[in-house]
Design a protein around this ligand. Structure first.
Ligand SMILES: Cc1cc2nc3c(=O)[nH]c(=O)nc-3n(C[C@H](O)[C@H](O)[C@H](O)COP(=O)(O)O)c2cc1C
Length: 180
């Protein structure tokens, strides 16, 4: 499977981007890359000219289109989806949507206890409307990040094992979605 990771954080030391780097080590036998969304302009229909998008948007949309599946890792900003991630999804959704019928899963990490649940539910709502085929279970809410990560990777054994199992379930799900 060709899997694209999208982190909702632009922070260099992001826990969520670190979770995607951890996914890269766990997704053996699959092609995995992480999208750049920090250079996308703010969504603005005036930037769409004759069905064409700015170069960075074209690049991002091509990456989404080429992927069999998307793994979102999202922080929670003010109890909702972080603006950079919503912006990227809005660009990906412009006609013809690059997200429709694509398999996807959501995970998230926060330093606090809630593990980004208040971002993941509105994200589910948005992706559902876009006909993304979302993995329902297991949900991945990783709280207390400070004690679970080291050197830019998830290191806490129990969480690592859980995340590895979730990714195995996700890739099997994505294969079923791909087969139709
Ligand atoms: C604008 C903003 C709003 C935030 N709102 C929340 C919030 O509602 N809930 C929460 O648990 N953390 C919140 N945080 C803290 C983030 O959980 C924390 O910065 C986290 O490390 C972000 O994820 P990252 O490490 O992947 O960048 C907020 C941070 C920012 C910058």
């Amino acid at each position: 499977m060709k899997i694209l990771g999208i982190s909702g954080s632009l922070r260099k030391a992001s826990w969520n981007t670190a979770l995607l780097h951890t996914a890269a080590t766990l997704l053996q036998g699959h092609e995995f890359s992480i999208a750049e969304i920090g250079d996308l302009p703010l969504i603005n229909q005036d930037l769409e000219q004759g069905g064409k998008f700015p170069a960075q948007v074209e690049r991002f949309r091509s990456e989404v289109l080429a992927a069999d599946a998307i793994l979102f890792a999202t922080p929670e900003y003010n109890a909702s989806i972080p603006a950079p991630l919503k912006n990227a999804i809005d660009w990906a959704s412009r006609p013809a949507s690059t997200l429709a019928h694509k398999a996807a899963a959501i995970c998230g990490v926060s330093p606090g206890a809630l593990g980004t649940s208040r971002a993941q539910y509105p994200l589910r709502q948005t992706l559902g409307v876009l006909s993304v085929q979302l993995l329902g279970q297991p949900e991945v809410f990783i709280g207390g990040a400070g004690a679970k990560f080291a050197d830019g990777k998830l290191t806490e054994a129990g969480t690592l094992e859980f995340f590895g199992k979730m990714l195995a379930i996700f890739t099997a799900f994505a294969e079923r979605v791909k087969l139709g």
